[in-house]
Design a protein around this ligand. Structure first.
Ligand code: CA
Length: 448
C-alpha cells in the first residue's frame, strides 16, 4: 500500500505538461488588411483577443503567405510545399462533379502527417480546396469538419438553399456541412465558427489535437450584425465600418476558442499560428495594408505580407521576429513539434521555425530566399535577405530594399544591376522546378 502511494507520488511529480505533445491550432483570416488589427497598430478596430494572442507569442513582422489570393495559399499551407509545384496556382471553381480541380490527392496534408503522429484532427470554416467529394476535408486527413466547402459564403441565412451541396450551383449559398452532411445553422457565420472551434477543443481535450480554423471573415460579402457594428461606429466609411465589424466578430471567435483552451489548462502547451491568407483587397473593402504597397492579387508586399503570430507559451518567449517567415513553415514546425521527422523528409519548402524564433539556430534566416509566381508566370517576386525583385507582366524587373523601403517606393534596379541579375537567377532556378497551372481562375474560365 505504502509502496503504491510512493509510486503514485513519483508519477504525479513528473511534469505532465512537458512530456505531452503540444496541441496545434492554425487560425487563418481571409482577406485581412495588414494594418487592421491592434497588434499591427490599428486604432479604430478593437481586437483585444488577437492582441492578447500576439502578446503571448512572437509577432513575425516579415510574415508571408505563398500567394496573393485564397486557394493557392491554403494549398501550400496544408502541404508545406510551394503550390506551383503541383499546379495549384489558381482558385478552383465550384465544380462538384470535377475530379481534377482541387488539391491534388497525391499531396499529403499536414492533417495526414499529424494523424500519423497520434493527433486528432479537425477543420472548421472555409475549405476552398476542391468541391468534388474526393477533395473533402474528411478525405484529406481531418477526422472532423464543419464549415463551407467553397471559397466563401453568406454570413446570415445559411439555409436559403436546402439542397444537396453537390448540386447547388451557387458556391456562396450552399448549405454548411458537418463532415459530409448539410446542417441547419442560424448563427452569424463567424460566431458559428468560433463555437465549433471551441467544441472541437472540448471534444478532443484529452489527447493532442490539430485544429485548422479558417475563417471566411473578413472576406466579402460585407455583412455584420449590429453587436459588432456598434464597436466600430466611429468609422465613417460604410464599407470599412462593416469590414471592421467583421474583424471584431473574428476577434470574438478567437476569444471563444482561447477561453476554451484556458478552461482546460491547455493554453501553455498549445501552439497557435495566426495569419491572413493574403493581403487586404483595399479597393474592395476599403481595408488597409499601410505602409505596404499594393493589395490582394499583387506580388507587391500588400498582396503577400500579412499579420503573422506564432504563440507557444510553454516553449516560446514573447517578442517580435524580423527575419522573413512563411506560411510554408507551418507544416515542418508543427510536424517537428509533434514528434515527427526533420523537415526535409519528405521534401518540404519551409523550415522548422522554433529554433529560429528561440534564437537557438546556428543558421540565420536573415538571408533566406522566398519566391512567388502568379498566373502561371505573369507575375513574379523573390525576396533574398532585405532585397526583393518584382516582375509585373512584361514590365522591366524592379528591385527594392525592404529594410529601408517597406513601401516599395524606390526602384533600385538601375542602381544595382548585379543584385537584379543574381535574384533573377535564383528565381529562374525555382521557376524551372514548377509545373503549369492545372486550371484557370473561375473568372478567367467563365470567359472562355
Ligand atoms: Ca483570401
Amino acid at each position: 500500500m505504502k509502496r503504491t502511494a510512493i509510486l503514485l507520488t513519483a508519477l504525479l511529480a513528473v511534469p505532465v505538461q512537458a512530456a505531452e505533445k503540444p496541441n496545434i491550432i492554425v487560425v487563418v483570416a481571409d482577406d485581412l488588411g495588414y494594418a487592421d488589427v491592434g497588434f499591427q497598430r490599428c486604432k479604430d478596430i478593437p481586437t483585444p483577443h488577437l492582441d492578447a494572442l500576439a502578446k503571448r507569442g512572437v509577432v513575425c513582422t516579415n510574415g508571408y503567405v505563398t500567394h496573393p489570393f485564397c486557394s493557392p495559399t491554403r494549398a501550400a499551407l496544408l502541404t508545406g510545399r510551394y503550390q506551383q509545384r503541383f499546379g495549384h496556382e489558381n482558385n478552383p471553381a465550384w465544380l462538384p462533379e470535377n475530379k481534377d480541380v482541387g488539391l491534388p490527392l497525391d499531396q499529403p496534408t499536414l492533417a495526414d502527417a499529424l494523424k500519423k503522429l497520434g493527433y486528432s484532427t479537425g477543420a472548421v470554416g472555409k475549405w476552398h480546396l476542391g468541391a468534388h467529394p474526393s477533395f473533402h476535408p474528411n478525405r484529406r486527413g481531418f477526422d472532423s469538419y464543419f464549415g463551407m466547402l467553397g471559397g466563401g459564403h453568406q454570413y446570415f441565412n445559411h439555409n436559403t438553399f436546402k439542397t444537396d451541396p453537390m448540386k447547388a450551383k451557387q458556391e456562396y449559398f450552399i448549405p454548411l456541412v458537418r463532415d459530409e452532411k448539410p446542417v441547419e445553422e442560424n448563427e452569424y457565420m463567424t460566431d458559428a465558427l468560433g463555437r465549433e472551434a471551441a467544441a472541437f477543443v472540448e471534444a478532443n481535450k484529452a489527447k493532442p489535437f490539430f485544429l485548422y480554423l479558417a475563417f471566411n471573415a473578413p472576406h466579402t460579402p460585407l455583412q455584420a450584425p449590429q453587436k459588432y457594428l456598434d464597436r466600430v461606429k466611429d468609422i465613417k466609411d460604410e464599407k470599412l465600418r462593416t469590414y471592421g465589424a467583421m474583424v471584431c466578430g473574428m476577434d470574438d471567435a478567437v476569444g471563444v476558442l482561447v477561453a476554451k483552451l484556458k478552461e482546460h489548462g491547455l493554453t501553455d502547451n498549445t501552439i497557435v499560428f495566426f495569419f491572413s491568407d493574403n493581403g487586404g483587397p483595399v479597393g474592395v473593402t476599403n481595408c488597409r495594408n499601410t505602409p505596404l504597397r499594393g493589395a490582394k492579387g499583387e506580388v507587391y508586399e500588400g498582396g503577400i505580407r500579412v499579420p503573422f503570430v506564432v504563440s507557444w507559451p510553454a516553449k516560446l518567449k514573447p517578442g517580435t521576429f524580423d527575419h522573413p517567415v512563411s506560411s510554408l513553415d507551418v507544416f515542418p514546425t508543427a510536424r517537428v513539434a509533434g514528434g515527427g521527422d526533420a523537415p526535409r523528409n519528405p521534401k518540404l519548402d519551409g523550415m522548422d521555425l522554433l529554433p529560429h524564433l528561440r534564437g537557438e539556430s546556428k543558421e540565420s534566416l536573415a538571408d533566406r530566399v522566398l519566391f512567388w509566381r502568379t498566373g502561371g508566370g505573369q507575375n513574379f517576386a523573390a525576396r533574398a535577405g532585405t532585397l526583393k525583385l518584382v516582375k509585373v507582366g512584361k514590365n522591366p524587373a524592379e528591385l527594392y530594399d525592404l529594410s529601408a523601403d517597406a513601401s516599395e517606393s524606390t526602384n533600385l534596379a538601375d542602381k544595382k544591376p548585379a543584385d537584379v541579375a543574381a535574384l533573377q537567377k535564383r528565381l529562374d532556378t525555382w521557376n524551372n522546378e514548377l509545373v503549369a497551372p492545372k486550371w484557370d481562375n473561375p473568372q478567367a474560365a467563365k470567359k472562355k
